[in-house]
Design a protein around this ligand. Structure first.
Ligand code: NAD
Ligand code: WQD
Length: 335
């Protein structure tokens, strides 16, 4: 299949390009590099020994998107391009609503115009809000606490409405839990801007002595050890889920959780990282981060039954691959 990957130079997009190319598909990437670098595409080409056609465009530019579609006969689109910083979205709501929703609408419109029948969309576990864990696809969505989450809920609804009026237009909404880790080559991984907001890259920078210690946001949650529980999933498992979604789903509106189904606390993740690397992660407790929930993990039965997909990589592999990428960034000694 020939697949358009929007945001393909970003964290999840670049790893998915590897999985798609390794599965024998051809890949075209569009990205305006607002949160990534062109060299990532070259690294993906180096890893896979395959070529990617790359267009430097903003996907909210309808004219430019039309031009890309007119040059190809895409079998499907995977739409990763978007803004993703939860805290930033509270202060810049218009940027988030505009970029994340307009891009989805333009891509869907252009897909219809060019007869592209399959649309895979990056959603997030954040759409479950404060439902009871484990989160399952049939749950009613509860309000999220930030504009970022709302853009995911709205985009899901827009795509479901489109699938409803045209059975031949198949939509796959993938709700990611907490993607972490990196490709085993150490060549690509997550590249946060400035001080990381997310736990795993923060731990990696503490391990690398770029940051003094980890601040654990709260130790009074009703969880196994009082710290927040999440469903961490290896980025390559997540990437492979997209390939199966693209290959297996044929019609209608479809939603799948992509997670491991296993909840891990902050302290458990620190323990796994220390075990994987032999390094000590100093930490202190601070107050809860506003908007955080106690526990978030998936029921993953639907993806297993319908896509034949399960996450295979362990927490230790997630930590080891994160660390390999961290030290390769600094060109320090190898593991
Ligand atoms: P990322 O920022 O690494 O990648 C997004 C890419 O899209 C970047 O390369 C950026 O330059 C590009 N982009 C953004 N707006 C664009 C536009 N208008 N035109 C062209 N390119 C544009 O983020 P990621 O972690 O790879 O996330 C990919 C998708 O998955 C996003 O939609 C995000 O909301 C969603 N998601 C991410 C996570 C996570 O924890 N990383 C969790 C759930 C959902
Ligand atoms: C995990 C746990 C924190 C940092 C976010 C978005 C979500 C999704 C993925 C896009 C929590 C704790 C964290 C730190 C800490 N993104 N923590 N100290 O919040 O589950 O999800 O990223 O869709 O929408 O909200 O991930 O990695 O930030 O936090 O104690 O320095 O680690 O409180 O319990 P989160 P996270």
């Amino acid at each position: 299949m020939e697949i358009l990957v929007t945001g393909g130079a970003g964290y999840i997009g670049s790893h998915t390009c590897i999985a798609l190319l390794e599965a024998g598909h051809s890949v075209v990437v569009v990205d305006d590099l607002r949160n990534s670098r062109a060299e990532i595409i070259e690294k993906v080409e180096r890893i896979t020994k395959k070529k990617i056609q790359f267009y430097l465009i903003d996907v909210t530019n309808e004219v430019a998107v039309n031009e890309v579609f007119s040059n190809h006969s895409f079998d499907g689109v995977i739409h990763f391009a978007g803004l993703k910083a939860v805290g930033e979205s509270v202060n810049q709501p218009l940027d988030y609503y505009y970029n994340n929703i307009v891009s989805t609408m333009i891509l869907a419109k252009v897909c219809k115009k060019y007869g592209v029948k399959k649309f895979v969309f990056s959603s997030s576990a954040t759409v479950y809000g404060e439902n009871k864990v484990p989160f399952i696809e049939t749950m009613e969505l509860l309000p999220t606490t930030n504009p970022y989450g709302e853009t995911k809920v709205m985009s899901e609804r827009i795509l479901a409405d489109l699938a409803r009026i045209d059975e031949s237009f198949s939509v796959v909404v993938l709700r990611y839990f907490n993607p972490v880790g990196a490709h085993t080559s150490g060549l690509i991984g997550e590249l946060p801007n400035g001080i990381p907001n997310n736990l795993m890259p923060y731990i990696a920078q503490v391990a690398d002595k770029e940051l003094d210690n980890l601040k654990i946001y709260g130790n009074d949650y009703p969880t196994i050890d009082g710290t927040g529980v999440r469903d961490y999933i290896h980025i390559m498992d997540l990437a492979e889920g997209h390939v199966l979604a693209m290959e297996k789903v044929v019609e209608g509106a479809n939603i799948y959780n992509l997670g491991t189904g296993i909840g891990t606390s902050v302290l458990q993740l620190i323990g796994a990282f220390e075990k994987a690397t032999g390094l000590k992660i100093p930490y202190i407790y601070v107050k809860r981060r506003p908007g955080d929930i106690a526990e978030c993990y998936a029921n993953v039965n639907k993806a297993k039954e319908e896509l034949n997909w399960v996450a295979k990589r362990s927490l230790i592999e997630m930590c080891r691959d994160t660390w390999r990428f961290q030290i390769s960034q600094n060109k320090k000694s190898d593991l």
